[in-house]
Design a protein around this ligand. Structure first.
Ligand code: SAH
Ligand code: SF4
Ligand code: F3S
Length: 449
């Protein structure tokens, strides 16, 4: 029998992208092969995100397009996975009649069975959340490459009042350290050069007596020529031990994504973020001391309920104090079922937009200034491949995750580490000259220089 062809699109955060690889791992084991585009597929899956209303609207738009394919091919199975599946459940099937399959993040093992239900004309629904599912034993399907994501935990117990994740992903649970380390080994054997450990709040990782710092050092030990990144750190739980671990290993990137959300203590409390700006700034200071040259990025929300102009100014002030390398910036979007949803969404949309724009403009200015200061300095870059614009240039990333472009040099190939001297910079990109190749087992070459 010819194998069924699967086409999958992924939206939302990196954890969803990592989940798609798990889904592919499961379905390939059941004889599915990949279709290049949707019109060749027997099964189309959208792995979806619910974080803000516009994320969901995008999926509705996409379903509208895909419906046309279903008119041509009534046997086509169209399914929704991920956070929207969990949040809206059978509403998606009842309201949007085009969908045959709705499967939430903890039920992917049942996909082969649920797709069969849909093939036989039924509706495949699996939306139970689990306290234990971590897909520890599933080998994710990954194309060869240099960079990989590994989910080290699932769910979230933080219940920030604006956030749907605890509802769409369920309770927090960690994978076993040994199985994660094994996965890193396999990736290293396949020639991967960078791994990002993922969790909604990696700092609360726990496997028996091992915490996240233990996991990070165990992963860094696997292959000292492999860069280790991680995201996301919650400012409340970031330990000194973790900071020392980052500074100890030259292959753990000196880069911390530390979402602050707002610069106002009053708003932070309404958000249930459980830290104050004072705590946050002290943490940043401490991290800078322990990890020389560390850089930070953040997430910021504008227009949370009751946010005043003064609160907004406090956010801008905080940004000026910390000077983030980069930020993900959003307008507050009320999500049904969350605590904040019951608060009055009283900041008018045009005010949210205006504040967001000020936040974005300030961040652009800061990113630009930080990059200008790098001119004349040397950075270690992991080469990824030819630059988008020209084969004559190579592109890669620095330790702090900035894109760096430099002229191709003989014998330099993707996966190599090189030293680049920066000579020009925009807000998003560094341009420089090739200096020399770097010993991949001594990535601290610069740090100690
Ligand atoms: N676990 C991570 C982030 C998960 S969601 C953390 O705690 O930081 C990524 C970002 O989306 C959040 O940091 C927040 O800035 C934003 N976000 C989440 N819910 C939102 C909402 N309802 N409206 C606007 N932005 C939101
Ligand atoms: Fe959402 Fe807060 Fe959990 Fe992050 S920590 S996923 S923002 S509830
Ligand atoms: Fe979106 Fe779910 Fe991630 S809501 S941001 S895909 S955890």
């Amino acid at each position: 029998m010819e194998s069924n062809k699967l086409y999958i699109e992924t939206y939302g955060c990196q954890m969803n992208f990592a989940d798609t690889e798990i889904v592919l791992g499961i379905l390939k084991n059941h004889g599915y092969s990949l279709a290049e585009n949707p019109d060749e597929a027997d099964v189309i899956l959208l792995n979806t995100c619910s974080i803000r209303d516009n994320a969901e609207q995008r999926i509705y738009g996409r379903l509208g397009n895909l419906k046309v394919l279903k008119n041509h091919n009534p046997d086509l199975v169209l399914g929704i996975l991920g956070c929207m599946a969990e949040r809206l459940r059978d509403d998606l099937i009842l309201e949007k009649k085009v969908v045959d399959l709705v499967v939430g993040p903890d039920e992917y093992r049942r996909l082969p069975e649920l797709i069969d239900v849909a093939f036989n004309g039924g509706k495949g629904i699996g939306v139970k959340l689990s306290r234990t599912e971590t897909y520890d034993d599933i080998v994710p399907h990954r194309e060869d490459g240099l960079q990989a994501w590994i989910s080290v935990m699932r769910g979230c117990d933080k219940f920030c009042t604006f956030c749907v994740v605890p509802f769409t992903r369920g309770r927090e649970r960690s994978r076993q350290l040994a199985s994660i380390v094994d996965e890193v080994k396999q990736l290293s054997d396949r020639g991967f050069k960078e791994v990002t450990l993922l969790g909604q709040n990696v700092n609360s990782y726990k496997d028996e007596e091992n915490d996240f710092a233990d996991l990070l050092s165990a992963c860094a030990e696997v292959d000292r020529s492999m860069r280790i990144r991680f995201t996301t750190s919650h400012p409340q739980d970031l330990s000194d031990k973790l900071l020392y671990t980052i500074s100890e290993y030259s292959n753990i990137c000196n880069y911390i994504h530390l979402p602050v959300q707002s610069g106002s203590d009053r708003i932070l409390e309404l958000m249930n973020r459980t830290y104050t700006i004072d705590h946050y700034l002290k943490l940043i200071e401490k991290a800078k001391k322990i990890i020389p040259g560390v850089s930070f990025s953040t997430d910021i929300i504008s227009g949370f309920p009751t946010e005043t102009y003064e609160d907004h100014i406090m956010t801008l002030d905080l940004m000026t104090q910390v000077r983030y390398d980069g930020a993900y910036m959003f307008k507050y979007s009320p999500r049904e079922g969350t605590k904040a949803f019951k608060m009055n969404d009283d900041v008018p949309d045009d005010v949210k937009t205006k504040r967001l724009q000020e936040i974005i403009d300030l961040q652009s200015k800061i990113s630009y200034e930080i990059n200008q200061q790098l001119i004349g300095k040397e950075e270690i870059v992991l080469v990824e491949g030819p630059s988008k614009k020209s084969e004559l240039f190579l592109s890669g990333r620095t330790d702090s995750n900035k894109v760096a472009i430099f002229p191709s040099a003989t014998n330099i190939k993707p996966g190599d580490y090189v030293k680049v001297k920066i000579k020009r910079a925009t807000q998003a990109t560094l341009f420089g000259d090739f200096v020399c190749q770097v010993d991949p087992f001594n990535l601290s070459a610069l740090k100690t220089a």
